[in-house]
Ligand binder design. Structure first.
Ligand SMILES: Nc1nc2c(ncn2[C@@H]2O[C@H](COP(=O)(O)OP(=O)(O)OP(=O)(O)O)[C@@H](O)[C@H]2O)c(=O)[nH]1
Ligand SMILES: [Mg+2]
Length: 383
């Protein structure tokens, strides 16, 4: 960590800082002056500090920022040994003294004029206030269709995968404020581009509010977002899903599914060879018993944590599980036929795709429906 200018004491006049706003920068020299001025104008009524975390940008962003720090409540952190947006923001958090922490891009794609509305939401009781492009009144200026599709795809995956972001319209926002307590005790991983996800998944926010704003086109400077970062996003998501216990649950679910296959094959052989039933009848009996086997293990093991809070009785869940499995079996068969007959794949490959798809179907529908939690419990536990 490099130079760090002292706060101008007259600016905060000894009062507690209400808001610490972190702006990560890499080669944003052209944006620094308007950023600092616009933030100051927007927040003139508030006790705030702006923390610029620069990764030793070759264009001299940090030097320029430092020259402003006598005039504005501005801290400049220069990192010389590390590079990356997320770790820069986390470094900013650790130096912040405000009761509320916030993040804003330095390239003015996030209008500083929207900060007071976010702060008002926090004052009104929200734990996290998100500058949102996807609620009424919000929007995006000047994105290509391709970029919009990627963004909507990424958002959808995140919302499907992580229960902590359920119901949030813009979980990948880079413009947000939150109460300091939200991340107290949480260890934020300095990976990925999406720090809000870290805060929502690992923090303990219960009230999240979205405030609309229009995401502007970058006027000056160059984008730092690379394809590599987008791949990193998927890595980051799986890390967070693991953190939420989703992956452990999925692996348990798969193990139970595998046990069901053995039960099915064993009973098929037993009823056909020893009880001398017609093999189709043996298969039907074996199949139903294997479903009951799977249900029992899932009830006692995979979804053990949800038993007390799940909706309905054990019997209702068993019936739902049967139904889901039946449709899953239908999906498997239809896909097996489709990929073999229409796409002309080798039938074993088709079967692998079909089994995996049916597995995903079974897992997600059982999570969301069969073992769905009652409202209050889901909130308390984050889904
Ligand atoms: N400290 C630091 N800041 C970074 C780094 N990468 C990006 N930033 C800053 O993070 C903010 C967002 O990065 P952008 O490059 O604007 O990414 P983006 O907004 O997703 O992409 P565009 O819409 O193309 O601008 C900007 O303020 C960047 O200067 C980094 O490695 N270190
Ligand atoms: Mg940008």
């Amino acid at each position: 960590m490099g130079s760090q200018s002292a706060l101008n004491p007259s600016m905060n006049s000894g009062q507690a800082v209400e808001l610490s706003l972190i702006a990560p920068t890499y080669n944003e020299k052209e944006n620094i002056v308007p950023l600092v001025e616009r933030v100051h104008k927007a927040l003139s009524q508030y006790n705030y500090e702006l923390i610029i975390v620069d990764d030793n940008s070759p264009d001299g962003t940090a030097q320029l920022a430092n020259s402003l720090s006598s005039k504005y409540p501005l801290k400049v952190i220069v990192r010389t040994t590390e590079r990356g947006l997320a770790s820069a923001v986390v470094a900013g958090f650790s130096q912040a003294s405000g009761q509320v922490l916030g993040v804003i891009d330095a390239d003015l794609q996030h209008p500083p004029e929207a900060i007071p509305a976010l702060l008002d939401a926090i004052r009104g009781g929200a734990d996290v206030a998100i500058g949102s492009r996807y609620v009424e009144g919000g929007g995006i200026e000047g994105w290509s269709t391709k970029r919009e599709i990627i963004s909507i795809g990424a958002k959808t995956i995140a919302r499907l995968l992580l229960s902590s972001v359920k119901g949030i319209k813009d979980p990948l926002a880079g413009f947000f404020l939150f109460r300091r307590e939200v991340i107290e005790g949480a260890v934020l991983a300095p990976t990925g581009y999406k720090i809000l996800l870290e805060v929502l998944v690992k923090g303990n926010a219960s009230q999240v509010v979205e405030v609309p704003y229009i995401f502007k086109e970058r006027e000056r400077g160059k984008s730092n977002l690379t394809f590599n970062e987008q791949l990193n996003f998927l890595k980051h998501l799986s890390h967070l899903a693991w953190f939420e216990g989703k992956i452990t649950r999925f692996l348990k679910f798969c193990a139970v599914g595998a046990s069901g296959t053995f039960v099915y094959l064993g009973l098929l052989a037993l009823f056909t060879e020893i009880v001398s039933l017609f093999y189709i009848l043996s298969a039907a009996i074996g199949y139903e018993i294997s479903i009951l086997n799977n249900f029992t293990w899932n009830e006692l093991w995979t979804f053990r944590d949800r038993r007390a809070s799940a909706k309905g009785s054990v019997l209702t869940r068993a019936i739902k599980f049967n139904l889901v499995s039946l449709i899953g079996w239908g999906i498997h068969t239809a896909m097996l036929a489709f990929f073999t007959e229409v796409v002309s794949l080798f039938y074993i490959i088709s079967a692998m795709i079909a089994i995996f798809s049916a597995m995903l179907w079974n897992f997600f529908v059982n999570v969301k429906w069969t073992w769905r939690q009652k409202q209050g419990e889901a909130l308390a536990e984050g889904g």
